[in-house]
Design a protein around this ligand. Structure first.
Ligand code: G1P
Length: 297
């Protein structure tokens, strides 16, 4: 029987400089889409996919992130006393089982591959997921769950994949495809952030991975790659040299790049429109400003 995927690594050590000055004191992962921190979306997605152990790779200044996952008995008591049962439920849904979360410090910013490698002792010899909370994916069936189901059939390594415009290839890990099977592609190579004219395809890696533990051994040996950083992409590509499989999975859902301001704003609008309590007001507002815009043209 194939090992179940029960552990996930959340690399959250980045400084979030694109969101300065906010990120001077607030970790980027705590910034909110409507009223939920980015990281809550990733946690919920992981829980639905069957993840039981949540490993955060953090850095200096991320204390608020750790506090966020603490239970808040005084706040819960207050809501109970005031009969605010709906809010109480919202709050309690964020509670994590004791011991389910671990925090590991990445002492130096040496790249995504290095951040994942920092969690190696907590992973051991099992397959594991990696989730980048910047990539928020709205989907009927959560993206990681789609991948876990596909992985149960294939094993190997699996990365979420999405077509991007050719000029965007220098922002992503890009896949070299051996065989395209529709939802799934059989990968024969991976390149981190190639220029458009060097990209092997238009299929980009999005921040959801299911990886074999051998990827951690590959990370042991890696030297710095693209941008002078130790790249996860290179450690996954090394699996191919060792005759292990890598699949790209074209997920169903809409992905927002919440590592960029524009993506963050789009996600805010989209999630706002998805909320019954906000939809009517927000839609009316958007309609109005579009009218003004049209009139001005
Ligand atoms: C990381 C990965 C890259 C991947 C991207 C997805 O890059 O290194 O391969 O395509 O996430 O969001 P980053 O955006 O952290 O520079």
């Amino acid at each position: 029987m194939r090992n179940k995927v029960t552990k996930a690594i959340f690399p959250v050590a980045g400084m979030g400089t694109r969101f300065l000055p906010a990120t001077k004191s607030v970790p980027k992962e705590i910034m909110t889409l409507v009223d939920r921190p980015l990281v809550q979306y990733a946690i919920d997605e992981a829980r639905e996919a069957g993840i039981k152990e949540f490993i955060f790779v953090t850095s200096r200044g991320k204390g608020a992130l750790e506090d966020y996952f603490d239970h808040a008995p005084a706040l819960e008591e207050e809501l109970r006393r005031k009969g605010k049962t709906e809010l109480l439920e919202v709050l309690q849904n964020t509670n994590m089982e004791s011991g389910a979360i671990a925090y590991i410090r990445q002492h130096r910013a040496l790249g995504l591959g290095h951040a994942v490698w920092c969690a190696r002792r907590l992973i051991g010899d099992e397959p594991f997921a990696v989730m980048l909370p910047d990539d928020v994916i709205a989907a009927d069936k959560p993206c990681l769950q789609q991948m876990v189901e596909a992985y149960e059939e294939t094993g190997g390594n699996m990365v979420a994949a999405m077509e991007v415009a050719p000029e965007k290839s220098s922002s992503y890990g890009m896949l070299d495809i051996r065989e395209d099977m529709g939802h799934m592609v059989d990968v024969k190579g991976m390149v981190e952030k190639p220029d458009a004219d060097k990209s092997p395809s238009n299929l980009a890696v999005i921040g959801r991975y299911i990886l074999a533990p051998t990827v951690l051994q590959n990370l042991n040996k890696l030297k710095s790659g693209s941008g002078g950083e130790i790249q996860l992409t290179d450690a996954i590509a090394a699996e191919l040299d060792q005759n292990r499989k890598v699949y790209g999975y074209r997920f169903e859902g809409q992905r927002f790049d919440c590592g960029s301001k524009s993506g963050f704003l789009q996600a805010t609008v989209s999630f706002g429109l998805g909320r019954p309590d906000l939809e009517a007001d927000l839609r009316a507002y958007l309609h109005d400003i579009m009218q003004v815009d049209k009139a001005a043209q």
